[in-house]
Design a protein around this ligand. Structure first.
Ligand code: MLT
Length: 326
């Protein structure tokens, strides 16, 4: 009797169960928060807004940009690592926030390799060595001579220890033997404003952030930290051509908290791939010096393998250079 009534109630419930769409199809049913670890107006924020807006259209839900700044991105990444793994809170980051910080900050309350799930690799751009306009140099060699003669008066901007601009400054110090004061900002968006105003004189900053200001004549560019010149800035020599070899590429990516269902990661990944196929998005990013990854490189497993390899490579570089924050 009891068995028959249990079967009857299961049978009554069956149509309702069958009409519930598969998990991945239900998602997303509300806006997605994209946590940006640096200030608005900077390169990570710009990437988040360009990619997020298009991904939102792809998924039928808006991406809300949340600029959680401070401590070179570690506050934002910690927030996402501890978020509910439901696909509604994800982070954008780069070589600094998701690789270098793991070796530099000894007391992080998250593990970059195990507490986050890679969603998709995003474009990569080189750094530009730039100065404020009052600095009287026209080549990288002249800039180096000027800084050497004025080391105590020159200061540079970064987004904090471990940020992309800090890794750039370290590469510049290693290539030139220079060492000037570094001023930490909540992102290189605000830092370039101070460079334009000559409150700071030098930056080694992502091309996507500096290039528009260089084109507008608001600052000078001396070299690009890439193996070859970029089409978007063909008149700027490589650092090697300019006499001080440096190669650093700042790649970006999207991550979700550990435990996010694979169906959701795959939906987000598909939206990111569709976004970078859009000719308008490609043009906007390439015009800022960004190199776009292929769909194969963007796949979650390929990105996870790339992330791990970069982590091992930079761990050694940063340990050899003894860069750490206790
Ligand atoms: C930013 O978005 O402000 C930058 O990515 C900061 C940096 O890492 O240099």
């Amino acid at each position: 009797m009891l068995r028959r009534s249990v079967l009857a109630s299961l049978a009554a419930a069956a149509p309702a169960i069958l009409t519930v769409p598969a998990f991945g199809q239900r998602y997303p049913s509300r806006p997605i928060t994209l946590v940006v670890p640096f200030a608005a107006g900077g390169p990570t924020d710009l990437m988040a807004r360009i990619v997020g807006e298009r991904m939102g259209k792809e998924l039928g839900q808006q991406f809300i940009i949340d600029n959680t700044t401070g401590a070179a991105g570690t506050i934002a990444v910690g927030k996402v690592a501890r978020a509910t793994p439901d696909g509604y809170t994800i982070s954008i980051g780069h070589l600094g926030t998701h690789v270098a910080n793991g070796s530099i900050y000894k007391t992080l309350n998250y593990d970059l390799l195990t507490d986050l799930v890679p969603i998709a690799r995003l474009p990569s751009n080189p750094l530009l060595v730039v100065s404020s306009n009052p600095v009287p140099a026209t080549t990288l060699k002249e800039l180096v001579d000027y800084i050497r003669a004025n080391e105590s008066k020159v200061s540079g901007g970064t987004a904090g220890v471990g940020s992309a601009s800090h890794l750039g400054a370290l590469a510049f110090f290693a290539a030139t033997g220079l060492k000037y004061q570094l001023v930490p900002y909540r992102g290189t968006g605000p830092a370039v404003q101070d460079l334009i105003g000559n409150q700071i004189q030098v930056m080694v900053d992502q091309s996507s952030n500096s290039l528009p200001h260089v084109r507008a004549g608001k600052m000078r560019a001396y070299a690009v930290t890439a193996k070859a010149r970029s089409e978007a800035m063909a008149d700027i020599p490589t650092a090697a051509e300019a006499g001080y070899p440096m190669e650093v590429a700042i790649w970006h990516g999207l991550w979700a908290p550990k435990g996010t269902p694979p169906e959701i990661v795959n939906r987000l990944n598909a939206a990111a791939i569709a976004t970078l196929k859009d000719p308008d998005i490609r043009h906007r990013l390439e015009d800022l010096g960004q190199d776009l990854p292929t769909p194969e490189e963007m796949a979650p497993a390929a990105f996870a393998a790339f992330h791990r390899a970069e982590f091992a490579k930079w761990k050694k570089i940063l340990e050899d250079a003894n860069v750490k924050v206790e």
